[in-house]
Design a protein around this ligand. Structure first.
Ligand code: AMP
Ligand code: MN
Ligand code: MN
Ligand code: MN
Length: 290
């Protein structure tokens, strides 16, 4: 049985489990092929791979790069990357470097609405302080009793346009794609159904323009099945993948127990019309095992 999960986070970015704990949990849930895709960070790949190899799980090196495109923040998953490729290493380092100042600005904005002391609080929730992000703020605001869960913190304080939201310039799309491709990896547009403007989705016209540009720049796959898509969105993005001749990926986007829409390895199959992004790796892993 195949059980493939190509999107999840460890404590090297904003997940709550260490890379080793993540691999162990994936194994308990029957995952046979796992990619770790921390935000803008590859430090978890070696320990995760070591843990996966010990138990005979196929492990794929991954990353999720934050990208600014027009007024949107997009997430680009890179799969099967070489984490030692110098332009990728340098590019990710550059993307991470803006997070400290952004966190400071977020804390300043939250102080203006009467919430003080959040910066220190948020840092307490990081394992890798270079990767401070909104999720760490959210966990602290839950701990300090401001909101009942992480989701409510985003809705009230951290989503676009809310009091603690600070616009930020991430990597550009062309660079992120070239880092991934140059390292031998496959650029995947993550959770395309999540790119909203206010409460509305991006719109068909903009999605078309994005996918045209993505393909032109060397993008190769669309995340069709992901924890935050609804079943109608699986079908919608399977059709987009077909139309733009993109491969399809699937991943839980797991961040931690009790925090994510989906647990590791708990995803439905890709729709029939999809061409899975993992086909080659799966065939290679079968060959190696034989
Ligand atoms: P950052 O890179 O610091 O902007 O943080 C982005 C992360 O925040 C995402 O990867 C999710 O883990 C989390 N996130 C974003 N929006 C939401 C939301 N509405 N509810 C829960 N978590 C969210
Ligand atoms: Mn995240
Ligand atoms: Mn994401
Ligand atoms: Mn993610």
């Amino acid at each position: 049985m195949l059980n493939i999960d190509l999107h999840c986070h460890s404590s090297c970015s904003d997940g709550t489990l260490t890379p080793e704990e993540l691999v162990a949990r994936a194994a308990e849930r029957g995952v046979t092929m796992l990619a770790l895709t921390d935000h803008d960070e590859i430090a978890g790949l070696d320990p995760a791979r070591a843990a996966a190899e010990k138990i005979g799980m196929t492990f794929i090196n991954g990353v999720e790069i934050s990208v600014s495109w027009r007024k949107h923040t997009l997430h680009l998953v890179g799969l099967n990357i070489d984490p030692n490729y110098p332009p990728l290493v340098a590019g990710l380092q550059e993307v991470r470097s803006g997070r400290g100042l952004r966190a400071q600005k977020m804390a300043d904005e939250l102080a203006k609405v009467g919430i003080s002391g959040v910066l220190e609080g948020a840092y307490k929730f990081t394992t890798n302080p270079n990767m401070i992000g909104r999720t760490h703020f959210a966990r602290y605001l839950v701990e300090s009793g401001r909101c009942k869960d992480v989701k409510s913190v985003f809705n009230r304080y951290l989503a676009t346009g809310k009091p603690g939201y600070v616009p930020h310039q991430w990597a550009n799309l062309a660079d992120a794609i070239s880092w991934i491709r140059g390292s031998g990896g496959i650029p995947v547009l993550a959770h395309p159904g999540r790119y909203t403007v206010g409460r509305h989705s991006m719109g068909k016209q903009t999605m078309h323009e994005l996918l045209e540009e993505f393909v032109e720049l060397g993008g190769a796959a669309l995340e069709v099945v992901t924890g935050s898509h609804t079943p109608p969105q699986y079908a919608e993005f399977a059709r987009y993948a077909d139309e733009f001749k993109l491969l399809s990926s699937c991943g839980s986007d797991f961040h931690g127990p009790h925090e994510s829409y989906r647990d590791l390895g708990r995803l439905p199959d890709l729709p029939e019309i999809c061409r899975p992004v993992w086909q080659h790796w799966h065939d290679a892993a079968q060959l190696k095992a034989a």
